[in-house]
Write a protein that binds this ligand. Structure first.
Ligand code: HEC
Length: 122
Protein backbone atom coordinates (compact mmCIF):
# COMPACT_ATOMS: atom_id res chain seq x y z
CA UNK A 1 0.00 0.00 0.00
CA UNK A 2 2.83 2.37 0.92
CA UNK A 3 4.37 1.65 -2.46
CA UNK A 4 1.05 2.48 -4.16
CA UNK A 5 0.70 5.93 -2.57
CA UNK A 6 4.34 6.69 -3.46
CA UNK A 7 3.71 5.91 -7.12
CA UNK A 8 0.53 7.94 -6.97
CA UNK A 9 2.36 10.88 -5.49
CA UNK A 10 5.00 10.77 -8.20
CA UNK A 11 2.28 10.54 -10.84
CA UNK A 12 0.45 13.49 -9.32
CA UNK A 13 3.68 15.50 -9.27
CA UNK A 14 4.34 14.71 -12.92
CA UNK A 15 0.84 15.76 -13.89
CA UNK A 16 1.20 18.99 -11.90
CA UNK A 17 4.57 19.75 -13.52
CA UNK A 18 3.13 19.12 -16.96
CA UNK A 19 0.18 21.38 -16.16
CA UNK A 20 2.50 24.17 -14.99
CA UNK A 21 4.68 23.85 -18.09
CA UNK A 22 1.61 23.89 -20.35
CA UNK A 23 0.22 26.87 -18.47
CA UNK A 24 3.44 28.82 -18.89
CA UNK A 25 3.55 27.92 -22.57
CA UNK A 26 0.02 29.23 -23.01
CA UNK A 27 0.85 32.49 -21.23
CA UNK A 28 3.88 32.80 -23.51
CA UNK A 29 1.71 32.33 -26.59
CA UNK A 30 -0.81 34.87 -25.30
CA UNK A 31 1.97 37.45 -24.80
CA UNK A 32 3.35 36.82 -28.31
CA UNK A 33 -0.16 37.16 -29.76
CA UNK A 34 -0.70 40.43 -27.88
CA UNK A 35 2.60 41.92 -29.10
CA UNK A 36 2.23 40.84 -32.72
CA UNK A 37 0.83 43.43 -35.14
CA UNK A 38 -2.93 43.24 -35.65
CA UNK A 39 -3.88 40.69 -38.27
CA UNK A 40 -6.79 42.68 -39.66
CA UNK A 41 -6.38 44.38 -43.02
CA UNK A 42 -5.71 48.10 -43.30
CA UNK A 43 -8.84 50.23 -43.15
CA UNK A 44 -8.88 52.80 -45.96
CA UNK A 45 -12.01 54.45 -44.55
CA UNK A 46 -10.25 55.16 -41.29
CA UNK A 47 -7.30 56.32 -43.41
CA UNK A 48 -9.56 58.89 -45.05
CA UNK A 49 -10.65 60.21 -41.66
CA UNK A 50 -7.03 60.48 -40.54
CA UNK A 51 -6.07 62.20 -43.81
CA UNK A 52 -8.88 64.74 -43.40
CA UNK A 53 -7.62 65.49 -39.93
CA UNK A 54 -3.84 65.36 -40.27
CA UNK A 55 -2.84 65.72 -43.91
CA UNK A 56 -5.36 68.01 -45.58
CA UNK A 57 -3.63 71.18 -44.40
CA UNK A 58 -0.73 70.45 -46.77
CA UNK A 59 -1.80 67.75 -49.23
CA UNK A 60 -4.68 67.38 -51.65
CA UNK A 61 -5.88 64.13 -50.12
CA UNK A 62 -8.89 63.34 -52.31
CA UNK A 63 -11.06 64.38 -55.23
CA UNK A 64 -12.91 67.66 -55.04
CA UNK A 65 -10.23 69.42 -53.05
CA UNK A 66 -8.25 72.41 -54.34
CA UNK A 67 -4.50 72.66 -54.01
CA UNK A 68 -3.58 72.94 -50.38
CA UNK A 69 0.06 73.84 -50.71
CA UNK A 70 2.05 74.22 -53.90
CA UNK A 71 5.03 72.04 -53.04
CA UNK A 72 3.27 68.96 -51.69
CA UNK A 73 2.31 66.09 -53.95
CA UNK A 74 -1.44 65.28 -54.03
CA UNK A 75 -2.22 61.77 -52.77
CA UNK A 76 -3.49 60.79 -56.22
CA UNK A 77 -0.11 61.71 -57.70
CA UNK A 78 1.74 59.75 -55.03
CA UNK A 79 -0.42 56.68 -55.65
CA UNK A 80 -0.10 56.94 -59.44
CA UNK A 81 3.70 56.85 -59.48
CA UNK A 82 5.21 53.73 -60.89
CA UNK A 83 6.69 51.64 -58.12
CA UNK A 84 4.17 52.90 -55.56
CA UNK A 85 3.36 50.39 -52.84
CA UNK A 86 1.18 50.91 -49.78
CA UNK A 87 3.83 49.19 -47.68
CA UNK A 88 6.46 51.73 -48.69
CA UNK A 89 4.21 54.69 -47.97
CA UNK A 90 3.31 53.21 -44.57
CA UNK A 91 7.01 52.92 -43.82
CA UNK A 92 7.60 56.47 -45.06
CA UNK A 93 4.93 57.70 -42.66
CA UNK A 94 6.55 55.95 -39.72
CA UNK A 95 9.99 57.43 -40.31
CA UNK A 96 10.78 61.08 -39.58
CA UNK A 97 11.10 63.43 -42.55
CA UNK A 98 12.67 66.87 -42.60
CA UNK A 99 9.89 68.56 -44.59
CA UNK A 100 6.95 66.85 -42.99
CA UNK A 101 5.98 67.08 -39.32
CA UNK A 102 6.32 63.90 -37.29
CA UNK A 103 2.74 62.93 -36.58
CA UNK A 104 3.47 60.07 -34.22
CA UNK A 105 1.27 57.71 -36.17
CA UNK A 106 0.79 54.19 -34.94
CA UNK A 107 1.58 51.32 -37.28
CA UNK A 108 -2.13 50.70 -37.80
CA UNK A 109 -2.78 54.38 -38.60
CA UNK A 110 0.10 54.47 -41.07
CA UNK A 111 -1.25 51.32 -42.76
CA UNK A 112 -4.77 52.80 -42.93
CA UNK A 113 -3.45 56.03 -44.45
CA UNK A 114 -1.37 54.08 -46.95
CA UNK A 115 -4.46 52.07 -47.95
CA UNK A 116 -6.38 55.30 -48.42
CA UNK A 117 -3.59 56.85 -50.50
CA UNK A 118 -3.45 53.68 -52.62
CA UNK A 119 -7.18 54.07 -53.29
CA UNK A 120 -6.56 57.56 -54.78
CA UNK A 121 -4.65 56.09 -57.72
CA UNK A 122 -5.95 57.27 -61.07
C1 HEC B 1 3.04 70.55 -42.77
C2 HEC B 1 2.72 70.05 -44.08
C3 HEC B 1 2.47 68.57 -44.26
C4 HEC B 1 1.58 67.78 -43.59
C5 HEC B 1 0.65 68.15 -42.44
C6 HEC B 1 1.67 66.47 -44.21
N1 HEC B 1 2.61 66.49 -45.21
FE1 HEC B 1 3.09 64.89 -46.41
N2 HEC B 1 4.51 66.03 -47.30
C7 HEC B 1 4.74 67.38 -47.07
C8 HEC B 1 5.79 67.84 -47.94
C9 HEC B 1 6.35 69.26 -47.98
C10 HEC B 1 6.18 66.72 -48.70
C11 HEC B 1 7.25 66.68 -49.76
C12 HEC B 1 8.48 66.14 -49.10
C13 HEC B 1 9.64 66.20 -49.99
O1 HEC B 1 9.49 66.33 -51.19
O2 HEC B 1 10.74 66.10 -49.43
C14 HEC B 1 5.36 65.60 -48.27
C15 HEC B 1 5.45 64.33 -48.79
C16 HEC B 1 4.61 63.29 -48.48
C17 HEC B 1 4.68 61.96 -49.01
C18 HEC B 1 5.74 61.40 -49.89
C19 HEC B 1 5.76 61.90 -51.23
C20 HEC B 1 6.96 61.37 -51.92
O3 HEC B 1 7.58 62.16 -52.58
O4 HEC B 1 7.25 60.17 -51.82
C21 HEC B 1 3.66 61.24 -48.50
C22 HEC B 1 3.32 59.78 -48.77
C23 HEC B 1 2.97 62.11 -47.61
N3 HEC B 1 3.56 63.35 -47.60
C24 HEC B 1 1.90 61.73 -46.87
C25 HEC B 1 1.33 62.50 -45.87
C26 HEC B 1 0.29 62.03 -44.98
C27 HEC B 1 -0.36 60.66 -45.04
C28 HEC B 1 0.03 63.04 -44.12
C29 HEC B 1 -0.98 63.05 -42.99
C30 HEC B 1 -0.83 62.01 -42.00
C31 HEC B 1 0.90 64.16 -44.48
N4 HEC B 1 1.68 63.78 -45.54
C32 HEC B 1 0.90 65.38 -43.82
C33 HEC B 1 4.08 68.18 -46.17
C34 HEC B 1 3.12 67.75 -45.28
Amino acid sequence: MAHGTMTQRIMTQRIMTTAVVLGLAMIGLAVVAALAPPAQAADAQNGEKLAQRWCVSCHVVGPGQRAASADTPPFSAIASRSGFTAAEVALFLLTPHPRMPDMNLSRAEAADLAAYIAAQRR
